[in-house]
Design a protein around this ligand. Structure first.
Ligand code: AGP
Length: 617
């Protein structure tokens, strides 16, 4: 998820673009760039680092003059964050310039074709491939920019929001969208237009905005109404100008009160993006290039050791269950901070999976270095492209959650589980430890997860009402079995880190070995009782709590009746396979902790004593 901006009008474009990029930095902040057209020349500056770094560069590198420009702040997906992979990207002739937010999945095939036609590439990005494809089509078909962009977009697979400029046609900018947002700010009397990933960059200039829908393309030209067309059939689309109601702060949070809530609500999209190009349920295929290229290492592994910290460690614990059940590979899950000093027995027959959202967690980085020094193969599961951990691994795969700003990890957790489950399923297929019928069942069920999360988000008010009853609690217990034991741990961590209520997660059966002593009528106990997860056993655990007057908040599968009669509060989740249920059961626990923390007046996005990335040990 990157941020793109653009301007065409009568004002100086540079200040508008730079301020816009700063407002979009929550979308991505590993590199930035700007292109300005001063009536004769294209002036372009781009660099690794934050927008403030770009500003420094512009001062020394280029003229900042011109009333037309496009800009970009990056969240790397293809190609690590560095100057050459930063946007904007320029076509081979130097005439076409593009900024892009999204992922072109079939970029490599197109790149090979263009290379065979004499194109050379400077970066590792999918975006540079797209701008040269547009140039090739423009040249071959002898068409205008808008048409060339349309034809090119009908040849690519993936997601995009793009803004394209053509030096040979300097009075227009072409924008298009599929999957990634783009807004056009319409200036008074059509004398100026603003382009951005959301309205935050132009909210103070105009309240009139056009939000492109998926598969739409618009040609923006001074003094003329914006023309919107469908990309697939070139048909015209009626222009819908909306009046913006939001203020700036709200927009950055997308209208949500906190980044954490926004990120909870982004999970359907984040999980879908983590699927993208990897889960092909109709073809019954899972393909993850980092895994495919190292399949032998995994298939010959004597065991898999997962190293991580905090929430990522909980995702690793879920993966232990899936890898062992699906692929029958023994798994050990290690706290990286303990692993690095425990002098663990590691051999070259071990595969180590390192999980980290930020990719900068010091303990996890050290654990990787230790494992590699002992000959183990290290595979990373990271969210930040080009991060230290991503660079330290032998190979890996990225979760595509987009930037996670709230310190309490939410969408990174569910996308980590998504990716690790895809890997476990792929290994099961390769090892033949799962029937093709079961394999297809899981692929189809996984594809349904984003919608089921969407459904769950609709009962937010119900969860908020439950939260209200427990915001004065001083302690809380979370219980789960099997796949949902790690979810109980994660639920407890969320409540601890943002509401400062002491909470503990336990395997439900462990209760009798101690924690049950804590139970009385002031102790809320959150129990995960999904229909396919040791249900009867969990029901008896609930009866044990009830008989000691504990307050029971039960997460159950929709249609459950038994637990409903026992629990004080019930939160229903849609039915799914037990191995996939952590992707659903964790959502109400995120919302419960969020609402309790907000109602206790806590700083939910920046809780006390915590940092988003723990780069020290
Ligand atoms: C989770 O909400 C916390 N922010 C924290 O436990 C986090 O998961 C841990 O620090 C690991 O971070 P990483 O995934 O970036 O390595």
């Amino acid at each position: 998820m990157c941020g793109i901006t653009g301007y065409i009008g009568y004002r100086e474009a540079y200040p508008i673009i730079i301020n816009g990029l700063k407002r979009l930095e929550y979308r991505g902040y590993d590199s930035a760039g700007v292109m300005l057209y001063d009536g004769n020349n294209i002036n372009l500056s781009k660099t690794k680092g934050k927008v403030s770094h770009l500003q420094e560069n512009v001062k020394h590198e280029i003229s900042d003059k011109g009333t037309l420009g496009i800009g970009h702040t990056r969240w790397a997906t293809h190609g690590i964050p560095n100057d050459v992979n930063s946007h904007p990207h320029v076509s081979q002739s130097g005439n076409l310039v593009i900024v892009h937010n999204g992922i072109i999945e079939n970029y490599d095939a197109i790149k090979q074709e263009l290379i065979s036609r004499g194109y050379t590439f400077h970066s590792d990005t999918d975006t540079e491939v797209l701008i040269n494809l547009i140039e090739e089509i423009k040249g071959q078909e002898k068409v205008k920019l808008g048409k060339a962009v349309q034809i090119a977009l009908n040849q690519v697979i993936g997601a995009y929001a793009i803004a394209v400029f053509d030096k040979t046609k300097p009075d227009e900018i072409v924008v298009a969208r599929l999957g990634s947002p783009i807004a056009i700010g319409v200036g008074k009397d059509l004398k100026e237009f603003f382009i951005a990933s959301d309205a935050s960059p132009f909210i103070e200039y105009t309240k009139d905005a056009v939000y492109l829908e998926d598969e739409e393309l618009a040609i923006i030209k001074m003094g003329r109404e914006v023309k919107v067309r469908k990309i697939n059939d070139d048909s015209f689309v009626d222009l819908k100008i909306q009046e913006l109601q939001m203020n700036l702060e709200q927009i950055e949070k997308g209208g949500y009160e906190h980044f954490m809530l926004k990120e909870i609500y982004e999970q359907p999209r984040a999980i879908t993006d983590t699927f993208r190009g990897r889960l092909l349920a109709n073809e019954g295929i899972i393909k993850i290039s980092g895994l495919e290229n190292n399949m032998k290492k995994f298939l010959n592994a004597e065991r898999i050791i997962i190293v991580a910290c905090g929430t990522s460690w909980h995702a690793g614990l879920v993966a232990e269950y899936t890898f062992e059940e699906f692929a029958r590979i023994p798994v050990e899950v290690e706290y990286a901070s303990e692993f690095r000093y425990r002098n663990p027995v590691i051999t070259e027959k071990d595969v180590v999976i390192a999980i980290s959202q930020s990719g900068e967690t010091a303990d996890t980085l050290a654990a990787i270095k230790l494992a590699r020094s002992k000959g183990a193969f290290v595979f990373g599961v990271c969210n930040v492209v080009g991060s230290s951990i991503a660079r330290e691994n032998d190979s890996g795969a990225y979760t595509h959650a987009g930037p996670e700003i709230g310190v309490a990890s939410t969408k990174a957790f569910t996308t980590q589980i998504t990716l690790l489950t895809l890997i476990a399923l792929r290994l099961a297929r390769a090892k033949g430890t799962m029937t093709s019928a079961d394999f297809r069942l899981y692929l189809q069920e996984m594809e349904l997860i984003p919608n089921k999360v969407e459904q769950l988000l609709k009962i937010d008010d119900h969860i908020k009402a439950i939260a209200k009853k427990y915001l004065l609690s001083t302690n809380c217990l979370y219980l789960g079995r099997g796949y949902n034991f790690p979810v109980a741990l994660e639920g407890a961590l969320k409540l601890k880190e943002i509401s400062y209520i002491h909470a503990e997660g336990y395997p439900a059966a462990e209760m009798k070995h101690g924690p049950i002593a804590l139970i009385d009528d002031r102790m809320p106990v959150i129990v995960i009782a999904t229909s396919k997860g040791h249900y009867e056993k969990v029901v008896s655990n609930i009866q044990e709590i009830k008989s000691r007057s504990g307050k029971i908040i039960a997460v159950v599968t929709e249609g459950d009746t038994t637990v409903r009669d026992l629990a004080d509060h019930v939160i229903e989740i849609p039915e799914t396979e037990e191995a996939l249920s952590p992707l659903l059961t964790t959502i109400p626990l995120q919302l419960l902790s969020y609402h309790i923390a907000v109602m206790r007046g806590c700083n939910v996005d920046q809780p006390r004593n915590l940092a988003k990335s723990v780069t020290v040990e």
